[in-house]
Design a protein around this ligand. Structure first.
Ligand SMILES: NC(=O)c1ccc[n+]([C@@H]2O[C@H](COP(=O)([O-])OP(=O)(O)OC[C@H]3O[C@@H](n4cnc5c(N)ncnc54)[C@H](O)[C@@H]3O)[C@@H](O)[C@H]2O)c1
Length: 428
């Protein structure tokens, strides 16, 4: 109990504010912490379906939460079970997820299986009356995402999707600043994720598909569902709108090793106002890393770096710069008429830290803590699932645009009603 309240206090302190209340207009799901019942001694009994790499990472936080108890595990790959049992030695082990869902001792389920498994497992979990934390991307198709969302509404069970940036203190803080107009009008977002590795796990041929599910289209939509999903969310969160159109191109340009998902993608998402969010990802060069550059008329935000920059640092006047260049022997002679244009050199402004240079907290532990609180209070935090639904939808629609090489429009039948009620203070 003590540990949980310390981490929450530290979280709020990190935000540099007296409480989460100020931030709730921008991030209403923080209500999960406000709803927490400090007197409750109830431990949520959790079952993990697919405790592989991500599942074990989530377990490492859940095992530290005094309000959670991992009571069941289900996997079809013995090494995953063996590793997971080291974290939760008392958990019951199941081979079939339906048997885990039949276990009346399980209150809530965490699904961390490959993407193509999510739909049937999520539907079954909600039908079985379990509260659910499902890793992103929510499902393999948009229609499936919509069905799971509707099932969450009709069953009234808690649903969280693993979009941890929603709980990342840097993002929460900077989104509040964006919504307050600190950076002016946001007119462009440039998101990218660059890596340089093959994404492949060593595996014998008979286990290749199970271990390397990310590389094959029948299980995954590659970079769009594995990476882009997190970053596209930045656009809807910052602009409080969903883009209505997406176009793009995908190819396998480097890792020609039998995989069927693209290793090189670019998409342009277009909001109704004409504002655009671009998304690029390659996994054969990591120089630029990952970022979502949010470009406003008064400033720029780089939440991954944890910094923002105001536009006010004026570029040096062309004439002053020319003299400077001469002093540095760049030119042999002064051109007679000087420049007639202002060079658009990049801003050298070093910027400000959003939350100081504090150690990076990516939101995962707080998101899990919020999930446990929501299960105990049985109160679904506002918009936490809708934000995640749209991230999944945008990554899937982007993938469709790449596959079909055409402009894809967000289908009206898959829009959620709640967005109609959200006032947009930025785009008038
Ligand atoms: N939020 C994040 O930042 C983040 C990061 C990494 C992964 N993920 C997501 O987590 C999920 C899992 O990714 P991962 O890297 O842990 O994959 P993984 O391959 O390491 O783990 C998946 C596990 O599911 C098991 N599994 C497969 N089919 C099963 C079945 N029918 N029944 C029970 N178990 C089954 C596998 O044996 C494996 O142990 C994916 O949806 C992925 O997108 C999210």
């Amino acid at each position: 109990m003590e540990k949980a309240s310390i981490s929450r206090r530290k979280f709020l302190k990190n935000l540099g504010l007296a409480g989460a209340g100020v931030l709730m207009a921008s991030s209403p799901w923080l209500s999960a912490f406000a709803e927490s019942d400090k007197t409750s001694r109830y431990k949520v009994k959790i079952g993990i379906i697919g405790p592989g790499s991500r599942g074990q990472f989530l377990m490492s936080f859940l095992t530290k939460n005094p309000k959670a108890d991992i009571v069941a595990l289900c996997d079809i790959y013995q090494p995953s079970i063996d590793e997971a049992l080291k974290l939760a030695p008392k958990a019951r082990v199941y081979r079939d997820y339906r048997a885990l869902l039949d276990d009346p001792n399980v209150d809530a389920v965490v699904i961390t299986t490959p993407l193509d498994r999510h739909y049937e497992m999520a539907m079954a979990a909600l039908d079985a009356g379990k509260d659910l934390f499902c890793e992103k991307t929510l499902c393999y198709t948009l229609a499936q995402c919509y069905e799971v969302y509707q099932k969450h509404i009709s069953t009234g069970r808690i649903l969280f999707v693993g979009q941890q940036r929603l709980f990342d203190p840097r993002y929460i803080t900077v989104m509040k600043m964006i919504h307050d107009g600190t950076f002016g009008s946001i007119n462009a977002i440039r998101a990218y994720w660059y890596r340089n590795n093959n994404w492949r796990r060593e595996a014998p041929p008979e286990l290749d598909e199970l271990r390397n599910w990310r590389l094959y289209k029948q299980h995954s939509k590659g970079l769009m569902t594995e990476l882009a999903c997190h970053q596209l969310q930045t656009g809807t969160w910052a602009l409080r709108q969903i883009p209505n159109k997406v176009m793009g191109h995908g190819a396998i340009t480097y890792w020609k090793d039998g995989r069927t998902v693209y290793d090189n993608i670019s998409c342009i998402y277009v909001f109704d106002s004409g504002v655009k969010m671009t998304y690029d990802s390659v996994i054969s060069n990591k120089f630029y890393g990952l970022e979502e550059k949010i470009l406003g008329s008064k400033g720029t935000v780089e939440p991954e770096k944890g910094k923002y920059y105001f536009e006010e640092t004026e570029p040096a006047a062309a004439f002053v710069r020319l003299i400077n260049d001469i002093e540095h022997d760049i030119f042999d002679a002064v051109p007679f008429a000087g420049t007639s244009w202002e060079p658009e050199s990049a801003n050298e402004n070093k910027g400000e830290y959003i939350l100081g240079k504090s150690p990076k907290e990516d939101g995962t532990s707080l998101m899990l803590e919020a999930f446990v609180e929501a299960v105990i209070s049985q109160k679904q935090p506002e918009r936490v699932t809708e934000e995640a639904y749209y991230s999944s939808a945008l990554s899937l629609l982007g993938h469709q645009a790449l596959e079909e090489e055409r402009v894809v429009t967000f289908p009206d039948e898959y829009k959620l009603n709640y967005l109609n009620h959200v006032h947009n203070p930025i785009l008038k």
